[in-house]
Write a protein that binds this ligand. Structure first.
Ligand code: MHO
Length: 150
């Protein structure tokens, strides 16, 4: 089986992880922190805005079952990409909207799809930033599969 990675930030990672886990072709989804500067960030530090990280979800998918483009479309569908440094009730830089690309091909697809979607949001603009994937810090166990907890 082929495996590829994709990383997205779209607000609180609990819901983002659950949405991607429920997407056919997704093999695994992990909640964590990306796009910041500190090492081994904790949830408390990220929430306090001390580290610059975004709550992110790293996805492993089977590209024969779902394309990267379909994942980007899913990402746009599950949150409001026009919100700046917030997502619904969650406010702060850690909730910003980001596509962390893992290859030049992913970058090209992300930019094309984001541009294609832009008119749909007019007069608002798409705030999603498209950045190279750097270090992904896995979040505390407590945050994994959080949406499945009773
Ligand atoms: N408002 C949410 C944010 C959680 S999410 C993991 C809460 O604290 O319940 O950032």
């Amino acid at each position: 089986m082929n495996r590829e990675k994709a990383t997205f930030a779209a607000g609180c990672f609990w819901g983002v992880e659950a949405a991607f886990r429920a997407t056919p072709g997704v093999i695994d989804a992990v909640s964590g922190y990306s796009g910041g500067h500190a090492e081994h960030p904790t949830y408390e530090q990220v929430c306090a805005g001390q580290t610059g990280h975004a709550e992110s979800v790293k996805i492993t998918f089977d590209p024969d079952k779902i394309s990267y483009e379909a994942l980007v479309r899913r990402f746009l569908a599950i949150h409001d990409p026009t919100q700046v440094n917030r997502q619904g009730p969650d406010v702060g830089e850690q909730y910003r909207s980001v596509i962390f690309y893992h290859s030049p091909e992913q970058r090209e697809i992300a930019e094309r799809v984001a541009k294609e979607f832009a008119p749909q949001y007019y007069p608002k603009t798409v705030a999603t930033s498209i950045e190279p994937a750097g270090i992904f810090w896995r979040a505390e166990d407590y945050h994994q599969r959080y949406a499945e907890k009773p």
